[in-house]
Design a binder for this molecule. Structure first.
Ligand SMILES: CC(C)(COP(=O)(O)OP(=O)(O)OC[C@H]1O[C@@H](n2cnc3c(N)ncnc32)[C@H](O)[C@@H]1OP(=O)(O)O)[C@@H](O)C(=O)NCCC(=O)NCCS
Length: 165
């Protein structure tokens, strides 16, 4: 579990320089800075960062429309991985989704991304469908995973660290 040097807070445009370094090291099809600038203006989008002493350690995004939330991306800087940051960002985002009235969270993941698959299945996401040839760099399929957001059973996991949203 995260120690108290970490804080989850809303993303701002001032985070984007640091975020883009993580984005480019984490994804073979990284989003552009302009995409993130647009997302920060999108009324349906919520973006959070995990802040470590002013440094962006990780981030997560989602869209919420009516009862459906959609995870857009989650990444953690390589030097901060393995400390529970992604799990904490996911749980915090799930709580926000519930508060906005969503009853399910959807996401896409590459079948080859074992770390992400273990993260999601450990949080209760299950395989729902396959999108064929989804990723344009290598035509890899996407697994669609879904989690039904019932009551907040993970409250103790989140409340052990600071959430400033
Ligand atoms: C996937 C990623 C977000 C995980 O971030 P993280 O902060 O290191 O993950 P956490 O420490 O919160 O780990 C939570 C769980 O995820 C799984 N996990 C995380 N990294 C893993 C790895 N390298 N191998 C296997 N399982 C892993 C484990 O089940 C872990 O639980 P445990 O520590 O109790 O075993 C990170 O590796 C990353 O940024 N990867 C590149 C971007 C990416 O693939 N994003 C997902 C796109 S769908």
């Amino acid at each position: 579990m995260l120690n108290h040097a970490f804080m989850i807070r809303k993303m701002t445009v001032r985070d984007l320089d640091k975020l883009m370094v993580i984005e480019n090291e984490s994804f073979s099809l990284p989003w552009s800075r302009q995409s993130y600038e647009g997302e920060l203006q999108n009324a349906y989008a919520d973006y959070l960062v995990c802040d470590w002493a002013g440094e962006v350690a990780g981030y997560i995004g989602m869209w919420t429309v009516m009862e459906e939330a959609h995870l857009t991306n989650v990444a953690v800087a390589s030097k901060f991985r393995g400390q529970g940051i992604a799990r904490t960002l996911m749980l915090t985002q799930e709580r926000q989704a519930r508060q906005k009235g969503a009853s399910m969270m959807l996401l896409e993941v590459r079948p080859s991304n074992q770390a992400a698959l273990k993260l999601y299945s450990g949080l209760g996401y299950i395989h729902a469908a396959i999108r064929k040839n989804y990723y344009s760099d290598n035509q890899e399929d996407a697994l669609i995973m879904v989690k039904h957001l019932h009551e907040d059973n993970d409250v103790d996991l989140i409340s052990e660290h600071r959430v400033g949203i």
